[in-house]
Design a protein around this ligand. Structure first.
Ligand code: GTP
Length: 379
């Protein structure tokens, strides 16, 4: 597939074009100087002009239009070596000119292709030499004038300087590119960390109740199953279902905002009365759940009652009127009462229902035959 546009041209193709145009032009001057003493026929002059002044531009156009530019450029470099070999033979192996021509093509291939490049370049040059010897009636003329020798030295030096300068510029731009890449990687890393932090925050928010800051029902649903499944074989998992008594009345009599404050105070109480391993959730409305792993049933009942008493003892005043809220608690234990999360919750709910039915402001532990309310006066 053909390509166009200088921005898409491979940097090796562009670099070689610059270096090739320069070095071939210098060589044209050197060979022209060499021929001044003993000019050849017009055919050789035409061929020299085509080879050293026109060919670099044709080679560039071919390479930049190739679908595999680097491969095309490598072929052009080998063609350079072959043609130079041919010229060396046709010229009669003039020492300095041959040296300058062969060194320049070999350096180019070694720079881009390493040792394999050197070997293929040597093979191409040798082939060129053989072709040149076959085509022309080769007459050995290794000597050249002092001017030609000097011109060769200058041409080769200029070429090497241009080549080194290109390499230097290339290494600078590579260094810049590496630095940019490192900066982009750092920025990307930062963005990823921000995204991760936001995801964690979002996950956390999705599992929190905005009013109380406690976990919500979604979190409980996920944790309940997890805690039941991963419960240590010899330990209890207790579920406390806590419901504020006559909460509707509180709202109606003291206002919704007062109701919100009662909910927030209860959330505070739960947090201060529970262990860090307990999972405290606002299950919905005025209902709260505390999931207590690795606890004895007695300790869970005690803790529930401590919460209940602390809540009853809250001194709250709204609109110059005292508010004395109470709550009821239903408790169930895994594995004594239930071995699945759903059943555990159901048992705690039935126990809570009994607590409400028995007059509220009490803690009831679920049991298979009877539900045992703890009278507030007895605890
Ligand atoms: N202030 C406030 N009220 C809420 C919130 N969520 C639910 N409620 C109210 O909580 C009340 C719950 O009332 P009920 O389910 O009838 O229960 P109750 O009045 O507590 O009666 P018992 O549970 O039987 O003691 C309803 O009036 C709801 O509007 C909330 O976030 N803030």
């Amino acid at each position: 597939m053909a390509r166009s546009g200088s921005t898409q041209v491979h940097w090796v193709v562009r670099l070689n074009y610059r270096n090739r145009s320069l070095s071939f032009m210098l060589l044209f001057g050197v060979i022209a100087l060499h021929w001044l003493d003993d000019p050849p026929g017009p055919l050789l002059w035409v061929l020299l002009v085509m080879q050293l002044l026109i060919y670099p531009h044709i080679a560039y156009q071919l390479a930049r239009r190739a679908s595999l530019m680097l491969r095309a450029e490598t072929i052009v470099m080998l063609l350079d070596a072959g043609l130079f070999g041919c010229w060396v033979a046709v010229l009669g192996f003039p020492l300095w000119i041959s040296f300058a021509m062969l060194v320049s093509v070999h350096i180019n291939l070694v720079a881009f292709r390493g040792v394999p490049g050197l070997l293929s370049c040597m093979a191409a040059s040798l082939t060129g030499v053989l072709v040149g010897m076959l085509l022309a009636d080769v007459e050995l003329r290794p000597d050249s004038s002092m001017q030609v020798t000097l011109a060769c030295m200058v041409a080769l030096s200029l070429y090497l300087l241009a080549f080194s300068h290109s390499a230097h510029l290339r290494s600078l731009s590579l260094r810049d590119a590496k630095e940019q890449l490192r900066n982009s990687q750092r920025q990307l890393q930062r963005k990823l960390e921000e995204i991760n932090a936001l995801q964690i925050q979002l996950r956390e928010l999705a599992h929190r109740d905005p009013l109380t800051g406690l976990y919500n029902r979604r979190h409980l649903d996920a944790q309940l199953l997890d805690n039941v499944v991963n419960r240590k074989a010899d330990s209890n998992l207790c579920l406390l279902l806590i419901d504020i008594d006559h909460f509707k009345r509180i709202n109606d009599e003291f206002g919704h905002q007062a109701g919100d404050q009662v909910l927030a105070r209860l959330a505070g109480l739960l947090t201060s009365h529970c262990r860090s391993s307990d999972i405290i959730c606002r299950y919905g409305g005025e209902e709260f759940v505390v999931l207590m792993p690795e606890v004895t049933i007695g300790a869970a009942v005690e803790r529930a009652d401590a919460i209940r008493l602390a809540f009853t003892g809250l001194k709250m005043r709204f609109n110059n009127r005292d508010l004395a809220p109470t709550l009821s608690v239903g408790i169930a234990a895994c594995p004594l009462h239930a071995t699945s999360g759903d059943r555990l919750f159901e048992c705690a709910d039935q126990a809570l229902y009994r607590a409400k039915a028995a007059g509220r402001n009490r803690t009831v532990l679920w049991s298979a035959d009877r539900l045992s309310p703890t009278d507030p006066s007895t605890i």
